[in-house]
Structures are given as C-alpha cells and as structure tokens.
Write a protein that binds this ligand. Structure first.
Ligand code: 5AD
Ligand code: SF4
Length: 438
C-alpha cells in the first residue's frame, strides 16, 4: 500500500513538472512516506529525518512527511522535528504539488490533513511504477474494522472502494503496456463494495469482490494476485473464482492474528478460530494447491500461556507457507491502548521465538515438497546474491532463483526446483510445452 502511495505521489509530482532525484543527496525536496502500524516503524522516520538534516547541513532540502504518521501526528511533527516543512496526510497525496509550492513560497508550516478531492486521481504513470512487470492496483482504501490493537482505521479513514470500470480499465491498460502481473491491493480487499456494481457479472450469491476477481481475470492479464484478505469477509466464492480462472494466482494472505477465541474477541476481529479454520479448509480443498500465508500478533494484553498454546496449535493446523509474526505494540488512541500491556517484553520475545521456530519447521516441510516439481516464475530481475542468477516469484508467491540471463527479465518461465531454502526456492529453467503449474 505504501509503495502504491509513493508511486501515486511521484506521478502527481512529475505531472506538475518535478523530476525524481537519483539520490536524496541531490534532491531539493525530500518526502518521507511513513507507516505507523507499529511503534518502531513510526520512530524510524524521525531518525531518518535527522540523518538527512545532518549530512545536508548548510544546503537543507525542503522536508515533507506524508502517510500515516503525518495523518496521526499532524502539526505536532513540526514541534518534534523543526526541520520539517510539510505534513501531508493520507488523503492529501493528490495535492502534493500545491503544498510544495506553498512551502517553496515561504510558508513555514504547510499542513494538509484534509479529505480527498471529490474526484480522486488514481492514475499512476508507468515510469513511476516500482517494476516494469508487476503493478499494484489499489481497489479499496481505508478500514472500517477497528480491530482493537490497530491504528489503520484512524490513519487511513473509512473504507472507500474504487469504481469497477476504473479498475478494469487500468488492468487492461497495464496488460497492453506489457505488465505480466497485477496485485489488487487494499487493507481488506474482500470487503470491496463499490457504489455501483455496473460492469460486474452476476453470479448467484457471489460477493462484489469475487465478481471483481472474475472481471479482472477476464481482461486476460497473465497473473493476478490480491492482498490482504479479511477472514470474516472471506467467502468461498473467492476460492471458486480462483478455481475457474488460471490467471488468479495460487496464493491467499489471510491474517489470523491469534489462535485463541478469547484473544480474538478482545481484538474484536469478528471471527472465531472455527470460522477461520472453515475458510482454510475451503482454500486447502481447492482443485489446485493454494499457498496460504498469515499475520500473527503475540503478547496482546491479557494473552496467557494457554492462549499462546492455542496459537501454536492453530499454526500447526493451518500449515502456512509463511507467516509474519509481530510482538504486540501499543498504538496510542486505539481501544487496546487502554488495556494494560501486561505481557512482559521477555515473554513476548519467548513467544515470538517459539512461534518462529515452529513456523520455520512447517515451512521447511512445505518448501521441501517443491523439490522436483515445476513452478511458473515471473522473472523480475537479477538476483542480488549472485550475478549468474535471475530471481522472481512463483504463482504461489514464493521467491524463486535460477541460473539465467538478463534477457529473461519480464518473461514467465518454468523452473524445476532443485533445492529448498528457508524463504526461497532454487531451480533450473525448463523449456518445452507450457503447462499450468504453481
Ligand atoms: N502491534 C503489533 N502488530 C500489529 N499489527 C497491526 N497492529 C499491530 C500492533 N498494534 C500487525 C497485524 C497486521 C499487520 C499488518 O501488522 O498482524 O495484520
Ligand atoms: Fe487493522 Fe483490523 Fe483493519 Fe486490518 S482489519 S487494517 S488489522 S483494523
């Protein structure tokens, strides 16, 4: 989401005549796009601002802070970091050029925490995209779920779904420009609920999101991924759409957060363990293997050793392809911040490590199973580790490295897996008849 926001900001700025500097050292304006989902991410921006300030002493650039930290902290950022000239909220991205102009004109504290303009400008130019082959396409922004630990509903505001025809048009354009993969993105993609369903074919009882998936699949875009899915709104019609369309890739990211019903209730997630497991079962029973990944928080207020054991059991049962594990971090202003953060740092660390160890073990088994099998890989570029290797992602969203040359970049190739590493696969390219593989 943040990468997509940065692309959008860069597009607005280049439309207004600005050029992206090669390095921040050469820039007249430096804008930090920020995340506040955990305390550590939030602190990072102030460290980075300090760094830029110290090595640009005497020729300071204009400094702006955009994104979630900007939205939440507003004008207090100017007090906290006096070298900041602009604070640009999460819905002010389209107004960046005008804000820079105000700051350049001498305004000392330029602040915009306002709502979006009536007509959003979602257009992102090809040159500003992070990859020439993979494109992010936001379909919904914001969040209405108010999980008790989470700052996102406050920083990003309420859910707003983008129009169907705009999304489909953008995917078609990306297809025509040579993109091979799109990621439909949003805090909760499967809560997609546009004002009008025009342009979506009706399937009995199907949710707007699975209808959108079908419409996007029908554009013929080669590979389509989507993230993040919210468990309560994850209905089996999504799996049905994936089974019907080969270009809907074999990967679902479905954050569970905890394996204890007591903690899930305290988190106000809106699902129980049993609801979640039913969804996992539907995913595991699909006609082809769908990779499953998740997010988990350890050490939520009041989490006992038994609650944590429940999480361990759930992770064992779900057999995740990978999991992001986080230690609970209090976010001021959220309902959970009123609870006592009573799991000690040492306990959080111990639970984090135990869960990580279990997940690594599970992952080892899953990855080892790929050895000898073929996967389809979108080649994204040279591997950072070896000049002889190319790297990309499989349709099941695993990093795959293989021996190959630069000309393969942007192609979808088949790779036979020879070796499984902790977080990646290594293989050799195979040529011959193309088959649909993970
Ligand atoms: N503390 C720790 N982890 C958090 N997340 C969100 N809020 C918090 C918090 N206060 C995690 C959740 C979410 C992921 C993006 O970040 O697991 O799914
Ligand atoms: Fe945060 Fe919950 Fe919304 Fe996800 S669904 S962004 S965890 S409030």
């Amino acid at each position: 989401m943040n990468v997509a926001d940065t692309e959008r900001a860069a597009t607005r700025l280049s439309e207004a005549g600005y050029h992206l500097a090669e390095t921040e050292d050469a820039a007249d304006v430096v804008i930090f796009n920020t995340c506040s989902v955990r305390a550590r991410a939030e602190q990072k921006v102030f460290t980075r601002i300090g760094e830029v300030r110290s090595y640009r002493k005497g020729r300071e650039p204009l400094i702006g802070v955009m994104g979630c930290v900007a939205q939440l902290e507003g004008a207090t950022i100017f007090d906290h970091a006096p070298s900041v000239n602009m604070v640009i909220g999460t819905r002010a991205t389209d107004r960046l050029p005008a804000l820079i102009e105000r700051a350049m004109g001498g305004e000392r504290r330029t602040l915009d925490l306002g709502e979006r303009d009536a007509e959003d400008n979602w257009n992102v130019s090809t040159v500003e995209r992070h990859s020439p082959y993979v494109a992010f396409v936001p379909i919904i922004e914001g969040c209405n779920k108010f999980c008790t630990y989470c700052i996102v509903p406050y920083s990003r505001g309420r859910e707003r779904s983008r129009r169907v025809y705009e999304i489909v048009r953008e995917v078609k354009r990306l297809r025509d420009e040579g993109y091979r993969e799109v990621h439909l993105i949003g805090q909760n993609v499967n809560s997609y609920r546009p004002k009008s369903l025009e342009g979506l074919e009706d399937y009995q009882g199907a949710t707007p999101f699975s209808r959108l998936l079908r419409a996007v699949a029908a554009t013929g875009m080669e590979r389509i991924k989507f993230t993040t899915s919210f468990p309560r709104d994850f209905h089996t019609d999504i799996v049905a759409a994936m089974e019907e369309h080969w270009n809907l890739c074999d990967w679902v990211h479905l954050p569970v957060q905890s394996g204890s019903d007591r903690i899930l209730r305290a988190m106000r997630r809106g699902h129980k363990v049993s609801d979640y497991l039913r969804r996992v079962e539907a995913i595991k029973n699909a006609g082809r293997r769908i990779a499953l990944t998740t997010d988990i928080i350890v050490g939520f207020p009041g989490e006992t050793e038994e609650d944590f054991e429940d999480t361990m059991r759930l992770v064992e049962a779900c057999q995740y392809d990978s999991a992001y594990i986080f230690k609970y971090s209090t976010r001021p202003g959220t309902p959970a911040s009123k609870l006592s953060d009573d799991v000690t740092g040492a306990e959080k660390t111990a639970r984090f490590l135990a869960l990580e160890r279990l997940q690594r073990e599970i992952q080892r088994g899953i990855y080892a199973n790929y050895v000898g099998r073929e996967v389809s890989v979108l080649v994204e570029g040279e591997s950072a580790k070896s000049a002889e290797d190319m790297t990309g992602h499989s349709s099941c969203h695993k990093v795959v490295n293989f021996k190959g040359n630069k000309e393969l970049a942007g192609k979808v190739v088949r790779v036979r897996i020879l070796e499984a590493k902790t977080n990646s696969l290594y293989g050799e390219m195979v040529t011959g008849a193309k088959a649909h593989t993970a």
